[in-house]
Ligand binder design. Structure first.
Ligand code: HEM
Length: 476
């Protein structure tokens, strides 16, 4: 529908041979002001433009919406011809005069319409043909499908509908907008009750923090999808993503469900993680409160286009020291990419990685459990141990074996005794000068309080990354 509707309008440009193009925009003279690949000026003056090299319009009236594209595609047999520029294109055999298009240079003249090879596929391919025939015989269906496809094309990177502004926002809610039913704000008493209940449930800091991270860290700044709102982490496909250690996640979600009372699952998952962070800070000697902003709603399977969530699965999540498959991109670069998608600055990324490691919130390793990158003797306490032990000159690092460069062993430089295991994502905070500068701030004695405050602030940023409902209600 989108292609057929789009090609109801306009024309292709291939009025003269293409060997007269100018240079690319950046290589052209300054005074051309960003224009490039320019045609011969005399040809332009005659109205002869060449861009794709294909020449002609698809429909007899290329400035008006209609169904002429499909009508002509099916009314005629087409033959392969060459445009004046030499490109292959298709033209109707013996078109009726009323099915000819006005010449772009001289509207008093009529010229044959055209189809590109891609257009011809809509008739020749048996699967496309079924769809094309439906639209040929039902213009209302084409109108509706085009309107919906066009709207999706132009709005899908705006994220949920709550981000739309202005009087023209359609009332209909569309599944690709990832709708989330409105939530209710829990009372302070209910929040306090749940925190006590979940911390007394037997679940560890690691388990609670990982579940909250699994829920919130799906957020992408690029198209505003994902995030903790809706609690889609408890639905397929997210629930079964390897990065989420599904068995552990399932146990945590079941326990949260038992204790959540009036809270939505989406709120309870975040609050459980934040309560665990608070406990971890208190166990490290800092009597702090992790702020919590409730009001998230729970989406169901009916609200969720499950197939469209599959591409959101992380191949790597350096925050959890997780790598699904080694990619051509370096693993540590994938951490930067994820931090960027979460809208985090480099200091925020750094403090989160160090804090999550200290909490033991890493993905389960096939042989070493929850040890990789957890450079602390006291996992579960919010200490800057990760940075201190990573930068400790008494530790010498080497690749674990000859099998690859993803896993490293840290040994006591004097005795050779194994102390730690880590990944590229961990060691980059020592090897890269920019990241090392960040790590050194937190490793420094006296910065423990700053570390805890910065961690909580970055943690909250991730937990609330998708709370457009709150920020938009507040600021607009
Ligand atoms: C299979 C997908 C598509 C292919 C291969 C394709 C190909 C092309 C080509 C080769 C041109 C000629 C460019 C030139 O010579 O200046 C063109 C023009 C155009 N296309 Fe498409 N197109 C596709 C889908 C779409 C869609 C989805 C839309 C809009 C919804 C669209 C709207 C247009 C319009 C309006 C023009 C005319 C531009 C003008 O008058 O200068 N096309 N397309």
């Amino acid at each position: 529908a989108l292609t057929a509707g789009g090609h109801a309008f306009g024309k292709c440009h291939g009025a003269h041979p293409a060997d007269t193009f100018g240079g690319a925009p950046e290589s052209e003279d300054l005074h051309l002001m960003g224009f490039g690949w320019l045609n011969d000026e005399e040809e332009i003056a005659r109205g002869n433009i060449t861009t794709s090299g294909i020449e002609g319009a698809w429909t007899p009236n290329p400035t008006e919406w209609g169904n002429d594209y499909f009508r002509l595609l099916f009314k005629y047999d087409y033959e392969l011809v060459q445009s004046p520029a030499g490109a292959n294109q298709w033209t109707p055999i013996n078109p009726d005069p009323e099915d000819m298009a006005p010449d772009a240079r001289d509207p008093s003249k009529k010229v044959p319409t055209i189809m590109t090879t891609a257009d011809m596929a809509l008739k020749r391919d048996p699967e496309y043909r079924k769809i094309s025939e439906k639209f040929l015989n039902d213009q209302a269906a084409l109108d509706d499908a085009f309107a919906r496809a066009w709207f999706k094309l132009c709005h899908r990177d705006m994220g949920p509908k709550v981000r739309y502004l202005g009087p023209e926002v359609p009332e209909e809610t569309l599944i690709w907008q990832d709708p989330v039913p409105a939530g209710t704000t829990p009372s302070d008493a209910e929040v306090a009750r749940f925190k006590d209940a979940i911390l007394g449930s037997g679940l560890s800091v690691r388990e609670l923090v990982k579940a909250a991270w699994a829920s919130a860290s799906t957020y992408r700044n690029s198209d505003h999808r994902g995030g903790a709102n809706g609690a889609r982490v408890r639905l397929e496909p997210q629930r079964s993503w390897a990065v989420n250690d599904p068995e552990e996640l399932g146990k945590v979600l079941d326990t949260i469900e038992q204790h959540r009372g009036d809270l939505s699952m989406a709120d309870a998952i975040v609050l459980a993680g934040s309560a665990a962070v608070e406990k971890a800070a208190q166990d490290a000697g800092f009597d702090v409160t992790v702020p919590f902003m409730g009001g998230r709603g729970d989406a169901t399977e009916e609200h969720t286009d499950a197939a469209s969530f599959e591409p959101l699965e992380p191949f790597a999540d350096g925050f959890r020291n997780y790598l699904k498959t080694k990619a051509s991109v370096k693993t540590e670069e994938m951490l930067i990419d994820r931090a960027h998608l979460l809208g985090l600055s480099i200091p925020e990324m750094t403090v989160l990685v160090g804090g999550l490691r200290a909490l033991g919130a890493v993905s389960k390793h096939a042989h070493h459990g929850y040890k990789i990158g957890v450079l602390t003797e006291s996992p579960g306490k919010l200490t800057p141990d990760f940075f201190r032990n990573l930068l400790d000159m008494g530790v010498k690092w080497k690749p674990v074996d000859d099998s690859g460069d993803e896993e490293y062993v840290g040994v006591d430089r004097a005795t050779g005794e194994e102390k730690w295991r880590a990944t590229r994502t961990d060691l980059v905070f020592g090897s890269n000068s920019q990241l090392r500068a960040q790590a050194e701030v937190y490793a420094e004695s006296g910065c423990e309080g700053k570390f805890v405050c910065d961690f909580i602030s970055a943690w909250n940023k991730v937990m609330n990354a998708d709370r457009f409902d709150v920020s938009y209600a507040k600021y607009h």
